[in-house]
Design a protein around this ligand. Sequence first.
Ligand SMILES: Cc1cc2nc3c(=O)[nH]c(=O)nc-3n(C[C@H](O)[C@H](O)[C@H](O)COP(=O)(O)OP(=O)(O)OC[C@H]3O[C@@H](n4cnc5c(N)ncnc54)[C@H](O)[C@@H]3O)c2cc1C
Length: 666
Amino acid sequence: MILDSKTPEGPIKDKWTKHKNDINVVGPANKRNIDIIVVGTGLAGGSASASLAEMGYNVKAFCYQDSPRRAHSIAAQGGINAAKNYQNDGDSIYRLFYDTVKGGDYRAREANVYRLAEVSVNIIDQCVAQGVPFARDYGGLLDNRSFGGVLVSRTFYARGQTGQQLLLGAYSAMNRQIAKGKIQMFNRHEMVELVKVDGKARGIIARNLITGELERHSAHAVVIASGGYGNVFFLSTNAMGSNTTAAWKIHRNGAFFANPCYTQIHPTCIPRSGEHQSKLTLMSESLRNDGRIWVPKNLEDAEKIRSKTIKPTELKEEDRDYYLERRYPAFGNLVPRDVASRAAKERCDAGYGVNSTGEAVYLDFSAAIERYGKEKALVSGIKQPSVEKIIELGEEVVEQKYGNLFQMYEKIVAENPYKTPMMIYPAVHYTMGGVWVDYNLMTTIPGCYCIGEANFSDHGANRLGASALMQGLADGYFVLPYTIGDFLANDIRTGPISTDLKEFEIAEKNVSDTIDKLMSIKGDKPVDHFHKRLGKVMWEFAGMARNKEGLEHAISEIKTIRKEFWENVRIPGDKDEMNTELEKAGRVADFLELGELFAKDGLERSESAGGHFREESQTPEGEALRNDKDFAFTSAWEFVGEPSEAILHKEQLEFNDIELKQRSYK
Ligand SMILES: Cc1cc2nc3c(=O)[nH]c(=O)nc-3n(C[C@H](O)[C@H](O)[C@H](O)COP(=O)(O)OP(=O)(O)OC[C@H]3O[C@@H](n4cnc5c(N)ncnc54)[C@H](O)[C@@H]3O)c2cc1C
C-alpha cells in the first residue's frame, strides 16, 4: 500500500495557507457540542488542549503525573528554534526549512517541514505573550544562540530551562480553560487502550493510577501526545516515566508506526557510571556554542589521563585533538548530533577515551572563559587585567549563560567544570520515529491524531537541536487546532458518544484480562530485570552502529526476553490500588514489542541515514551513506500480531524544493 500523506498541491510556500482555506471548519456554536480527548499534557498536548478549549471544544486531558507541569517537556534545556532572523545573520523560513531537511538526512516530508518553519515565528510571539521569560540582550530584545547543524543563531532560550518555562506558559493557558470548565483534567490517569466505534477513534480506557480503577472516556476525536519512546533503551536522558504505551496501543489498533529505528543519540551526556544506574543526564547542546570537544592526540596521554597520572588541564594545546574542528571546519563543534556522536564513538573505540571505562571525551570551556574574560575586562575598563581576573570575569559570563547546567554537572560528577573540562559521552535522547500521521496530523485511524514527539514528526532521520520544542508547539498551538476541524465538521450532529457501547465494554474487558494475566504470573524477576536486558540488547545491536547480523540477533533476543517476561515477571501488591510495579510492567510489555519492530525496521533499511547508521553503508571517512534510489521513503508498519510480522507500507518522499545530495558539514 502506498500511503497518502494528503499533502496539498501548489508551491511549497502556499501549501499551508491554501490548505487552511480549503479544509472544513466547525462553527463556534457547534464546537460546544464536540468532545476531544488529549492524552498527554507536555508541550504538545498542553498547547493543543489549551488551544482547542480556547476555540470552544470540550477537552478531556490526561496525564500520568500528578500535574501537567511534570511532563518530561520540563526537562528541555537548551532552547527552541524560530526563523525570526533577529540576529540579522541571513536566517529565513527557507533556511530553517533547508537546515531541517538536510539535518534529517533528507528523510522528512518537505511540505511538513516547510510549514513547521513557517509557523515557528508565531510560536515565539505566542510564548512571549504568555509571559515566557526568554533571555534578552542588553537592549532588551530577545537573544539567540546557535545549535548544531546550522550556520545562524536562531535558538531562543531561557537559560538552561527553556522547556520548563515554555511548559509553565502552556500550563497557565490550560489552567485558564480548566477554571472555565472547558478542560477537564485527569491527572494520575494512564491511557491503556483506544476505543474505536465504526472504525473511528471514539474514546479511551484509562487506569486511575491512585485507585487502580479502569475508567471509560468517550469523545469525538482522540489526540495522542504521549512523548517519545527512548526508554526502550532503559538508559536514556528521558524522564523515567516516559513510555510508548499510548502510541503502541493505537498502533495495535490500526495506526501505522513510522521509522521506529530513527533514534537520536545525543553527543553531550554525562557518561554512565556503572551497572546500577537507572537514568542518564543530558548536558545541553547549547554548551557546544562555547565548549570545545577534544581527546588527547596521543594514546599514551589518553592512558595517563585514564590512570589519573596526569590531569587534562596539564595537557598542552598541541597535544589535544579537537577532532570535530579538525574533521568539520565549517561547522566545527556544532555539527549535528548524529555526526558528533559517531565522531566521539570513533575516537573512544580507537582508544582515546578519557574516563576509566574509556567512554568519554572532553567538553572544555577554558578558551571561552578566557575570551569572555578579556572582553568583559575591556568593557569594564579594566586595564591590563591579571590572568586570575580574566578567568574570574570569564567564569561569571559562562555562569550567566549556563550556570544551572554547570551546577547540575558538579552535583552529579563531583568535579568543578569551570576548572576542569566536563566529561561527556553519547546517550539515547530522542526518537524521530513514531506514529505515522498525514499532513493533518491524523493517524491511519480516522479521528485519531498524534502530535509532538509521539508522531514520526518532521525530523527525518535526525533531529536538529531545539527543533523538538518547535515541532511540539507548532503541532499543538498552530496546526492541529485547524486540521482537526476538517474531521470534526462531520460530527456536529453526532451528539455525545455513550460509554455504554459494546466497543467500550470489550476494550475494558481486554485491559482487565491483561492486568489479571500480569498479576497472576507471580514469577521471581522484577520488571526492571527485563527492561534492563532489553535496553542492553538495544544499545549493543540497535544503538549507535547497526549491522544485519546484530539486528537479526536483536530480534531473536527480544523475542526470548518477551517470552520470559510473560512467564516470570513478579508484580507485588494488588491491581486495585496504587501499584507502580504494575504500571511499569504494562509499559515494559509494550517496549518489548516496540523493540522488536525497531530492530526489524533497522534491518529492512540497509542504507545509513542520520541517526540510523548501518555499518554496511558508510563512506570511506565513516560518514552515513544514504541510498536514495532504494530508500527515499518513510517506513510505516502495520501491526498484524507479532511485531516481527508487521507489514511494511511506504510513503515515497519527494524533493522538489531542495536538491537531494549526500550531507556534508565540512
Ligand atoms: C533532557 C532533555 C533535554 C531536552 N532539551 C530540548 C531542547 O532544549 N530543545 C528542544 O527542542 N528539545 C529538547 N528536548 C526534547 C523535548 O524535550 C521533547 O521532545 C519534548 O518535550 C516532548 O514533548 P511532548 O509534549 O511530545 O511529550 P512529553 O513532554 O514527554 O509529554 C508526554 C505527556 O504524555 C503523558 N502520557 C504519556 N503516556 C500516557 C498515557 N498512556 N496516558 C496518559 N498520559 C500519558 C505524560 O503524562 C505527559 O503529560 C530535550 C529532551 C530531553 C530528554
